[in-house]
Design a binder for this molecule. Sequence first.
Ligand SMILES: CC(C)(COP(=O)(O)OP(=O)(O)OC[C@H]1O[C@@H](n2cnc3c(N)ncnc32)[C@H](O)[C@@H]1OP(=O)(O)O)[C@@H](O)C(=O)NCCC(=O)NCCS
Length: 149
Amino acid sequence: MRPAIRPATADDLPAVAALDEVCFGAEAWSTVSWAAEFDRLSEDRLLLVADEGDIVGYVVLLVPPVELDVVELLRIAVAPAGRRTGIGGQLMTAALAGCAGRTVLLEVAAGNESARGLYRAFGFAEISRRRGYYAGGEDAVIMRWREER
Ligand SMILES: CC(C)(COP(=O)(O)OP(=O)(O)OC[C@H]1O[C@@H](n2cnc3c(N)ncnc32)[C@H](O)[C@@H]1OP(=O)(O)O)[C@@H](O)C(=O)NCCC(=O)NCCS
């Protein structure tokens, strides 16, 4: 069964925060940070969840209302048991569906092969790096996507 991809609602906050904890451990966003993301859903956040009864994935984008401003993909994750089954791809497809004609940027740890593989598969290209950006000295890779209307 493919999960349904749908916009998050306030009720999803505990499940999304819990899944974030599973996926990112010490790097997880706090419940307060997640609450701030959910508070901005009607402003400039696009938060989609993959729902198969339980929430098995999510993606968060900063989508400024001004068309010329860059969109930022802030976070994407899939529950460990569901990885490599296409859920990340479903989330990316849905997230990028409304981004034609806009520039989308993201930042990813150089050693995060799964995420970089996913982004490359969706046409993101590496445009720059922040050397030694992460704790431990790992580079941040900046990737860009743009598809004309
Ligand atoms: C990155 C992540 C979201 C990918 O989700 P996923 O559901 O496993 O991705 P999909 O199954 O849809 O894969 C789509 C494509 O991405 C690429 N990809 C996914 N996992 C990969 C891996 N481990 N190595 C290389 N490429 C990979 C492949 O091109 C894949 O297509 P294919 O399976 O036909 O080869 C998932 O690995 C994850 O949650 N990682 C932990 C959280 C994280 O690091 N998020 C990114 C930073 S915010």
